[in-house]
Design a protein. Structure first.
Length: 301
């Protein structure tokens, strides 16, 4: 399994006058297809799209990056909004500005699907299509409800410090194996993927408290509050066997859009779990391409 980090570069943004470094992969393809920004989940990295990007050759440009505090990207400066969907959307929009993109599509996975929606409600004129994979929904799913408990971010910081102790890697691998069995179900996570995820966490223990802070920012409540404001055509793809985010939670956000007469579709991927960008990359790319074609047909172009 090749890693996207082999071609990653640093992009330095100025966010609120504070430089922010993002580990970023930019792929340019021939043709005049769409530009698409890929946003990973919580926790996650740009490598979550390693299987999907090769299937997006019809896009003129594809960009994936590590959100602040994940993968190789250092955390953003601590502010009241740094961990909110709106704060992360601002970072993603700044990255698009850096790339010289005015209009583009966004494919978001899990928490990244929430960030994608926040980008659309803040800058609706710039987002042409939203493809949301295993999206957060409403109300918050069980894992996020647990991380919303006061004191959890501090506990996660303590756990992060403990990774440096003897036996820390073994403990982390055991925990990661349990988390991955839920995220990848009904498929099994490969030994190589598990080791890669453990390596990422060991090299950047800050990911643990960042996970909790993102959940504590009430992203699911924000999604419900703003669902009706997004005008971009939106497609939710959700695994029928997703054990992390129940289908009905994501469907509730879709239904809010339908009730507001917003363009939204919801499709269930049979026998699939939460990690659609890795396990069902070809299907995701196919449905994205069909989505674009459908929009072009309706517009008569």
């Amino acid at each position: 399994m090749n890693s996207l980090y082999e071609q990653a570069e640093w992009v330095v943004l100025s966010s609120d006058s504070t430089p922010l470094s993002l580990s970023t992969v930019r792929v340019k393809n021939p043709g005049d297809g769409p530009r698409v920004l890929l946003i990973h989940g919580n926790p996650g990295t740009l490598d979550d799209f390693s299987s999907l990007i090769p299937h997006l050759s019809f896009a003129s440009e594809v960009v994936a990056f590590d959100l602040p505090g994940f993968g190789k990207s250092p955390p953003a400066a601590r502010t009241d909004t740094a961990f909110t969907l709106a704060g992360l959307a601002k970072v993603a929009l700044s990255l698009a500005d850096h790339m010289g993109w005015q209009r583009f599509d966004v494919i978001g996975h899990s928490h990244g699907a929430g960030v994608a929606q926040a980008m659309a409600w803040h800058s609706s004129q710039r987002i042409d299509h939203l493809l949301l994979l295993g999206s957060l929904g409403y109300p918050a799913h069980a894992a996020y409800r647990k991380m919303e408990i006061p004191g959890v971010p501090l506990a996660m910081s303590v756990l992060a410090a403990c990774l440096r102790l003897p036996g820390g890697r073994a403990w982390l691998k055991s925990m990661q194996r349990g988390l991955a069995s839920t995220a990848y179900f009904p498929e099994a996570v490969s030994a190589e993927r598990l080791e890669r995820d453990v390596d990422t966490m060991m090299s950047a223990p800050r990911i643990l408290p960042t996970m909790a802070r993102l959940a504590l920012s009430k992203p699911c409540t924000d999604l419900a509050a703003h669902a009706a404001t997004i005008g971009a055509p939106t497609l939710f793809l959700h695994g029928s066997s997703d054990r992390l985010v129940p289908e009905q939670n994501a469907r509730a956000v879709h239904q809010l859009r339908i009730e507001a007469s917003r363009p939204s579709s919801f499709e269930v991927v049979s026998e699939a779990g939460h990690m659609l960008p890795l396990t069902h990359a070809e299907h995701v790319a196919s449905r994205y391409r069909e989505m674009i074609s459908s929009t072009l047909r309706r517009s008569g172009t």
